[in-house]
Design a protein around this ligand. Structure first.
Ligand code: ADP
Ligand code: MG
Length: 579
C-alpha cells in the first residue's frame, strides 16, 4: 500500500479519540468552556447515560454568530495566540480541539448569542459535516447539544461501560466542578431527574454533601494553608471516616481537576499511623500555584499536569493536611464533636493560621520538612500530665495545664506498644522461646499469608515453622517462640491474631502489612479495660504516652484520650459566659 494522507474525517476521528473517550469527557469539555466563558449558571442534561443526548447550556459570554463555524474548527481557540501563552494559561481550555472533536463523533448543535447581538445563531454539525448558519431567538449564552455520541464510531460504543457506570461518572464530574466553583450554580438532570443542584452561593460544604454523602459532608475537615506561592485549600475526611481505596481523593490544580498519584500519596501519608492499615482518607484538595510553575499541556484531556517543584508541593499538601487533622482531631473535646454543623463556635478548636513563626513543634512523623512554615503546626504531643488516678479500672484521670484528661488505658497502651515495636523493628524484637513447642493448625488461605510474611514474623520475635504435610486443607505450624510481649498468650491464639481476617483490599504494601501485624500484636498485648493497674503502672503508662509521636490516637485511629478544658468546666459550672 502506498503512503497517502488520511481523509480529514478520519484524521479528526482519530484525534477525537484522545479527547472524547466517553460521555463524561464531553461533559467535562463543555463545562470547562462554559466556565471559561464566565458563566454563573450551568445546566447539564443527560439522557441514555449521555450517549443519546448531552446538553450543556450556560449564561456566559456567548460566541459571535460569525465565529460559530470557527469555534468548531480544530485548533481554533480564543484563549491562546502564541506559543509563549502556553506557559501562562489562565483558562481551562486552550487546545481548541474539544468542540471539533466532539462534533466529529456526534450530531452537534451549537446555539449562541452574545450580549451585543439582538438574536442568536445556530449551527448543526453531523459527524463533522457543518450545516448552514441560521438565526434563532436565544438568551445570551451558549447551548451545546450533543446527540448520538459515537454513532459513527461503533467500535468506541462497544468500549463504554454499563449505563450506571457512565451515569455515575457524569454525576461525579459535575459535582467535582461544582465543588471547585461553588460560586457557580450547577444543575444536572439525568434521565429526566435532577441529580445535582447547587445554589452557587459559594458554600462548598453543600456540594461536599452531594459528592460524599450528607454525613461526610458535615464532618469533613477544612484545610487552608499557604506556603510561599503555594496555597492548599480543601476538605479532607476526619479520622472517623475512611474508604477502602484511594479513589475518592481528588485534586484540583488552579481549579482544574487532575490525576496525580504522587499528590494522592502525599495526602495518604498525612494520615500515617492514624488510620487503620488498609483504610484510606478521602477528600477534595485545591491547590493554587503560579501558572508558570505548572505545565498543563502534557495530556490531551488535560487530566495530568507537570510540576516544576513536585517535591515542594508534596510536602505542602502533607503538612497542610496534617495541620487540619491535628487542629480538629486533637484530644477529643467532650462538648464539640468532630466537624461542625453551623461553622466553628468559639469553644471549638480554632486554627491558628497566622501565628508568626513555627516554634519547632512536634516533628511530622513522615519526617518531611515543611516547605516553609509560616504558621505554627498544632502540637500533636500531649502536655505534661499529672496523674490523679484510675477510674472504673478502665480510664486514667490526669490533670494537664489546660484541664482534665481522661485516658483510655487500653488504647493508650496500644499506642505505646505500637510505637515501640515500629521503632524497634529494624533490630530484632525480644523473643521468648516456648518450653514446649506448640503445634497450631491454620486454614489454608491464612497459611499462605503466614508464609509470605515469615520474614516479618521472625523480626517480630515469632519463630514458626511448617510442620507436617498440608498441600490442601489446613496447614500445621510449629510455634517455637513468641514475641516477649505476647509470651503469656496461648501460642495458637497468638498466631491466629496475625492471620485472622486480613481483608483482601487492594494489594497492601509490605510496609502496610507490617504495620498491620504490629498493630494486631499490640492490641493483644496491651492492658485491657477492667484491669487494675498499680500506681506505678499508671504513672509509667502516662509517661510512655507523653513520649509518643502520635499519642492522641491508638494505632487503629480511635482516640486515646478525651479532654475537658478548663474553659469548658468553667462554662459548665456557670462561672463564665453561659451561652
Ligand atoms: P478551547 O476551549 O480549547 O479554546 P474548544 O474547542 O473547546 O477549544 O472551543 C473553541 C472556542 O469556542 C473557544 O476558544 C471559545 O472561544 C468558544 N467557545 C466554546 N464554548 C463556548 C461557550 N460555552 N461559551 C463561549 N464561547 C465558547
Ligand atoms: Mg474547551
Amino acid at each position: 500500500m502506498s503512503i497517502h494522507l488520511l481523509p480529514p474525517e478520519v484524521a479528526s476521528q482519530i484525534a477525537a479519540g484522545e479527547v472524547v473517550e466517553r460521555p463524561a469527557s464531553v461533559v467535562k469539555e463543555l463545562i470547562e468552556n462554559a466556565l471559561d466563558a464566565g458563566a454563573s449558571f450551568i445546566t447539564i442534561t443527560s439522557e441514555g447515560a449521555g450517549q443519546r443526548l448531552l446538553e450543556v447550556s450556560d449564561n456566559g459570554s456567548g460566541i459571535k454568530a460569525a465565529e460559530l463555524p470557527l469555534a468548531l474548527e480544530r485548533h481554533a481557540t480564543s484563549k491562546l495566540t502564541n506559543a509563549q501563552d502556553l506557559f501562562n494559561i489562565q483558562t481551562l481550555g486552550f487546545r481548541g480541539e474539544a468542540l471539533a472533536s466532539i462534533a466529529s463523533v456526534s450530531v452537534l448543535t451549537l446555539t449562541s448569542r452574545t450580549s451585543e447581538s439582538e438574536q442568536g445563531a445556530r449551527l448543526r454539525v453531523e459527524g463533522g459535516r457543518v450545516g448552514a448558519l441560521i438565526p434563532v431567538g436565544a438568551p445570551v449564552g451558549t447551548v451545546v447539544r450533543v446527540e448520538n455520541l459515537f454513532f459513527n464510531v461503533p467500535a468506541r460504543l462497544k468500549f463504554l461501560k454499563k449505563e450506571s457506570t457512565e451515569k455515575k461518572e457524569i454525576d461525579h464530574l459535575a459535582a467535582q466542578y461544582a465543588l471547585a466553583y461553588p460560586q457557580v450554580r450547577f444543575h444536572l438532570k439525568q434521565e429526566g431527574r435532577w441529580s445535582l443542584q447547587t445554589s452557587g452561593d459559594g458554600d462548598a460544604r453543600q456540594v461536599l454533601a452531594e459528592l460524599y454523602g450528607l454525613e461526610a459532608g458535615r464532618q469533613m475537615l477544612e484545610v487552608l494553608a499557604d506556603y510561599d506561592e503555594i496555597r492548599v485549600r480543601g476538605f479532607i475526611s476526619p479520622l472517623s471516616l475512611t474508604r477502602s481505596n484511594r479513589r475518592d481523593i481528588i485534586f484540583f490544580v488552579n481549579r482544574r481537576p487532575i490525576q496525580d498519584s504522587q499528590l494522592t500519596t502525599a495526602l495518604v501519608q498525612a494520615y500515617q499511623n492514624m488510620l487503620m492499615v488498609g483504610r484510606f482518607p478521602f477528600g477534595a484538595v485545591f491547590i493554587e500555584l503560579p501558572v508558570d510553575t505548572v505545565d498543563v499541556n502534557v495530556h490531551p484531556t488535560k487530566a495530568e499536569v507537570r510540576f516544576k517543584e513536585p517535591r515542594q508541593l508534596f510536602t505542602a499538601i502533607q503538612s497542610a493536611a496534617r495541620r487540619a487533622l491535628l487542629a480538629y482531631t486533637p484530644v477529643h473535646p467532650l462538648e464539640a464533636p468532630l466537624g461542625w454543623t453551623t461553622g466553628p463556635s468559639p469553644s471549638e478548636p480554632q486554627l491558628n493560621w497566622d501565628l508568626p513563626e513555627d516554634r519547632g513543634s512536634a516533628p511530622l512523623s513522615g519526617g518531611q520538612e515543611p516547605v516553609h512554615t509560616q504558621t505554627e503546626i498544632p502540637n500533636q504531643s500531649v502536655p505534661l500530665l499529672r496523674l490523679v488516678g484510675q477510674l472504673a479500672t478502665t480510664y486514667l484521670i490526669a490533670e494537664g495545664p489546660d484541664g482534665l484528661y481522661l485516658i483510655d488505658q487500653h488504647a493508650a497502651h496500644e499506642r505505646v506498644l505500637f510505637e515501640r515495636l515500629m521503632n524497634e523493628r529494624s533490630q530484632t524484637i525480644a523473643s521468648q522461646a516456648l518450653l514446649q513447642p506448640a503445634a497450631v493448625e491454620i486454614p489454608a488461605a491464612a497459611a499462605r499469608l503466614l508464609e509470605e510474611q515469615m520474614p516479618v514474623l521472625n523480626r517480630l520475635g515469632f519463630h514458626v515453622e511448617p510442620f507436617g504435610p498440608g498441600s490442601s486443607g489446613p496447614a500445621t505450624y510449629l510455634v517455637r517462640a513468641l514475641p516477649a510481649l505476647l509470651a503469656k498468650m496461648e501460642p495458637a491464639a497468638a498466631l491466629r491474631v496475625l492471620v485472622e481476617d486480613f481483608e483482601e483490599d487492594e494489594t497492601p504494601l509490605q510496609a502496610e502489612i507490617e504495620a498491620k501485624i504490629i498493630a494486631r500484636v499490640c492490641k493483644r498485648a496491651a492492658v485491657k479495660a477492667g484491669q487494675v493497674l498499680s500506681a506505678e503502672e499508671q504513672r509509667s503508662l502516662l509517661l510512655d504516652l507523653e513520649n509518643c509521636t502520635s499519642p492522641r490516637t491508638c494505632p487503629h485511629g480511635r482516640p486515646t484520650m478525651i479532654h475537658l478544658s478548663v474553659d469548658l468546666l468553667e462554662r459548665q459550672f456557670g462561672r463564665k459566659g453561659a451561652r
